[in-house]
Design a protein around this ligand. Structure first.
Ligand code: MOS
Length: 677
C-alpha cells in the first residue's frame, strides 16, 4: 500500500507538534549548563526580565514541584547539581521565539565547577557491573569453560572493537506545545513515539493523575529511539505554560538536540573466539564496556547478541558500565543489537580469515539447534536461508577470498557479509473498532506513526481481518485519549497494536457494531520461546587508495522476519535501516569534548549522515516465514533489524578490499589511509 498520509505529508498539510495553532501562544527557550560538573551557585534572571517581551524565567531559584522519583533527565530545575555540559538549568518564556532566545543569552549563571570525567576507557577504575542490562537481561552469562575452549582451539581471535557516540537526527526536532485548560487538564502536543506512554511519563513527572494529561502526536518526523522516552521539551512546555498562564511552544535547535535527547553509548568490545579445524566454535567471549551518566543508569545490552547467534560449548558475555559526567545514553535504532553485532560479526569475519574458511560457510557451520544460552527452541529461525539466498543473489560464489588484490585504477574493491538479528516481541495493547454511519469502520488505537507507516500497516491488518477493502477502514492513532497502546519502539509496534486491532475487529464481526480488545492476557500467556528475526547483509565497497574514501557500490539485505504485512512499507523500513547502518559504518560519530565536556559535533555539518549520493545500489528482500507462535499476523518487527549487521558487512568488505582491518567506527578516510597500499 501507499502511505495513507503520504499526500498530506508531501503537501505540507500534516501537522507536527510545533505547528498546531494556539491563541496567545508564547515561546520557551532553554538555558544550558556551560560546565560539565559542579553546582549552580546563582541564577540572575534580572537582565533577561528587562528585555522586550519576556514573561518569565524558570530555574532552580524557584524549583517546580515534581515527583520525587521523576526521571532525573526530566526533573527540570529541581537540583543545583550539574551532571553534564548542556543540561537544561533554566528557561526563558517570551512573546516571540527570537525574544526568548535573546533573553536566554542574557540570563547570568554563576557556577561552582568541579573537575569532570567524560572519557570511557576499558581500564576505567569506575567500571562496575550493573544488576541487569536493558530491558531486563542478565548482565553476565557463563556457559561451559571458555578458557579451556580457547586453549584447545585450532584457531583463535582476540580483538577489540570500538564504536563512538552516535546521535539520532530525526528531521522533526524535539518540539512541544502545551497549555492548561480551565479544569486544570494539561494538553500537550509532543513529538513522541507513544502518546499513551508519553502521557504516563509526563503525568508521573508532574505528579498528576493520568486522566489530567492528554498527549497528541498524530505525525512524528522520525524518532529512532530519541522520542521513545519523554524528553525535557515536553516537561518544560508544561511547566512554562503553567508559569505564564498561556500556551507555550518549544522547538529544540539541532544543537540542543545533541545535548538533551539521548545518544547511543560509545562501546569498547573485546571478543575472544576459538574454533576447531572445521571452523566450529569451541569458545566465544563477548565483553562490552559502556558509559552512563551520574544521574541515571542506562545499561545497553550490547553483548546479548552472542547469546542468540552461534552454537558453542563455551559462551561468556559480560557488560561493564562507568558513570561519567555526561548526559544519559538512550535508545538508538537497535540499541544493543546494533553495536553488539558490529563487533561480533566483524570478529566472526576475522575468524573466517584466520581459519581459512569462507565467511558465509563459517556462519552456516555454527548454526545452533536451539538458542545457545537459554537452550529455548526458536519460534522460527532462518538465518541459514538468508545467508544462502543472499549469497546466491549477490554472486558470492565467484568471490576470490584473498584480501587487497582487486584494483581498478585507484580503487580497491572488496565484498563482505554479516548476519543480522533482532528480538520479535510484543507488548499489551488496547484497540476499538466500530462501524460508522455508511458502513465504513473506524479503528482507534493509541499507536504512533513515527514515519514507519504504522497507520497504513494497521489499516491493512484491520481490512484483512474484516475482509473489507482498506479504503473502508479509518485508523486513528497518535492521541492518548484513544485506547492505550505501547511505544513505537523495540520493533514491537505493529506486533503489539496489530494484535489488539485484530482482536477488536474479531469482536466487531461478532457484535455487528463494535469491538474492543485488550491483549494483556494474550501476551502474558505466550509460550516461552526464543523469538527473533534474522537476516544476512552483503556489501561491496570501492576504496580509494588516493583519498581513502569508501564507496558502498552494492548493499543487499535478506531478511527472515515472519509474515511481511506490506511489501512496500517493509522494503522502505529495511533499506532505511541499512542506509542508517551505512552511515554508522562510514560517517556517524559524535566527538566528546574532553576539555569542557559535552560534545564537539553538534550539527549536521559535523555529524555526517548518508545522503542519496552515498547510496548507490541498496536492495532488501525477504524470505516468507510462517510463525504461528508470534501474534495473529505471524509478523516479526522490522524497524530495527535493517541496521543490525550493516556496519560489519561494510567493514568486512573494506578489509577484503584493502587487507587492512579498521576496528574503530566510523571507517573514515584518515583511518583507511593510515595503512599504505
Ligand atoms: Mo527504537 S531505538 O526501539 O525507538
Amino acid at each position: 500500500m501507499n502511505r495513507i498520509e503520504g499526500r498530506v505529508k508531501v503537501t505540507g498539510l500534516a501537522t507536527y507538534a510545533a505547528e498546531y495553532p494556539a491563541e496567545g501562544v508564547t515561546y520557551a527557550y532553554p538555558v544550558q549548563s556551560r560546565i560539565a560538573k559542579g553546582r549552580v551557585k546563582h541564577v540572575d534572571a534580572a537582565p533577561a526580565l528587562e528585555l522586550p517581551g519576556v514573561l518569565a524565567v524558570l530555574s532552580c531559584e524557584d524549583p517546580p514541584s515534581l515527583a520525587e522519583d521523576a526521571d532525573p533527565e526530566l526533573a527540570l530545575f529541581r537540583s543545583r547539581d550539574i551532571a553534564y555540559r548542556g543540561q537544561i538549568i533554566a528557561a526563558v518564556v517570551a512573546d516571540t521565539y527570537d525574544n526568548a532566545r535573546a533573553a536566554a543569552d542574557a540570563v547570568r549563571v554563576d557556577y561552582d565547577p568541579d573537575d569532570h570525567d567524560v572519557t570511557l576507557r576499558m581500564d576505567h577504575p569506575g567500571l562496575y557491573k550493573p544488576d541487569v542490562v536493558n530491558p531486563n537481561y542478565p548482565t553476565d552469562t557463563e556457559l561451559g569453560d571458555v578458557e579451556a575452549g580457547l586453549a584447545e582451539a585450532a584457531t583463535t581471535v582476540d580483538v577489540v572493537y570500538e564504536t563512538p557516540v552516535m546521535h539520532n537526527n530525526p528531521m522533526e526536532p524535539h518540539a512541544a506545545l502545551a497549555y492548561w485548560d480551565e479544569d486544570g487538564r494539561l494538553m500537550l502536543y509532543d513529538t513522541a513515539q507513544g502518546s499513551s506512554t508519553s502521557r504516563d511519563m509526563v503525568a508521573h513527572t508532574l505528579g498528576l493523575p493520568k486522566d489530567q494529561v492528554r498527549v497528541v502526536a498524530r505525525h512524528v518526523g522520525g524518532g529512532f529511539g530519541s522520542k521513545g522516552t519523554t524528553r525535557p521539551q515536553a516537561v518544560l512546555a508544561a511547566l512554562a505554560a503553567k508559569a505564564v498562564g498561556r500556551p507555550v511552544k518549544i522547538a529544540l535547535t539541532r544543537q540542543q538536540m545533541f545535548d538533551v535527547t539521548g545518544y547511543r553509548t560509545p562501546t569498547i568490545q573485546r571478543l575472544r573466539l576459538g574454533a576447531d579445524g572445521e571452523g566450529r566454535l569451541t569458545a566465544l567471549e563477548h565483553v562490552a564496556y559502556e558509559q552512563t551518566s551520574t544521574i541515571a543508569e542506562f545499561a545497553e545490552q550490547t553483548a546479548t547478541v552472542a547469546r542468540v547467534m552461534y552454537a558453542t560449548p563455551a559462551l561468556r558475555t559480560r557488560h561493564r558500565l562507568v558513570r561519567l559526567d555526561v548526559g544519559t545514553p538512550s535508545w538508538m535504532r537497535a540499541p544493543g543489537e546494533c553495536p553488539g553485532m558490529y563487533a561480533l560479526e566483524s570478529a566472526m569475519d576475522e575468524l573466517a580469515y584466520a581459519a581459512g574458511i569462507d565467511p558465509v560457510e563459517l556462519r552456516l557451520r555454527n548454526e545452533p539447534e536451539t538458542e545457545p544460552y537459554s537452550g529455548l527452541p526458536f519460534s522460527s529461525r532462518d538465518l541459514v536461508g538468508c545467508l544462502r539466498e543472499g549469497a546466491r543473489r549477490f554472486g558470492w560464489e565467484q568471490r576470490d577470498p584473498a584480501p587487497g588484490v582487486r584494483r581498478e585504477g585507484e580503487w580497491l574493491i572488496g565484498t563482505g557479509v554479516a548476519s543480522s538479528t533482532y528480538p520479535a516481541r510484543r507488548r499489551p495493547s488496547k484497540a476499538l473498532a466500530k462501524v460508522l454511519d455508511g458502513g465504513d469502520v473506524l479503528v482507534q488505537v493509541g499507536a504512533a506513526d513515527i514515519g514507519t507507516g504504522a497507520r497504513t500497516a494497521l489499516t491493512r491488518i484491520a481490512a484483512a481481518t474484516l475482509n473489507v477493502a482498506p479504503e473502508r477502514v479509518h485508523v486513528e492513532l497518535g492521541d492518548s485519549d484513544l485506547p492505550d497502546g505501547p511505544v513505537a519502539g523495540g520493533s514491537m509496534g505493529t506486533a503489539s497494536w496489530g494484535s489488539a486491532v485484530v482482536r477488536a475487529c474479531e469482536e466487531l464481526v461478532k457484535d455487528g457494531k463494535e469491538g474492543r480488545a485488550d491483549t494483556t492476557d494474550e501476551v502474558a500467556k505466550e509460550a516461552e520461546l526464543a523469538r527473533h528475526a534474522f537476516g544476512a547483509q552483503f556489501a561491496e565497497v570501492r576504496v580509494s587508495t588516493v583519498t581513502g574514501e569508501v564507496r558502498v557500490s552494492r548493499l543487499l539485505g535478506v531478511f527472515a522476519a515472519g509474515h511481511i504485512v506490506d511489501a512496500k512499507l517493509a522494503r522502505s523500513q529495511f533499506i532505511g535501516g541499512m542506509t542508517m547502518g551505512l552511515g554508522m559504518a562510514l560517517m556517524e560519530e559524535t566527538l566528546t569534548d574532553e576539555e569542557f565536556g559535552g560534545f564537539l559535533h553538534r550539527d549536521l555539518a559535523q555529524y555526517h549522515v548518508p545522503v542519496c549520493a552515498d547510496i548507490r545500489d541498496v536492495e532488501a528482500v525477504w524470505l516468507d516465514e510462517q510463525d504461528d507462535a508470534l501474534n495473529p499476523m505471524g509478523s516479526k518487527g522490522i524497524g530495527e533489524i535493517g541496521i543490525v549487521g550493516t556496519a560489519a558487512a561494510v567493514g568486512n568488505a573494506v578489509f577484503h578490499a584493502t587487507g587492512h582491518r579498521v576496528r574503530e567506527l566510523p571507517i573514515t578516510p584518515a583511518k583507511v589511509l593510515g595503512h599504505t597500499f
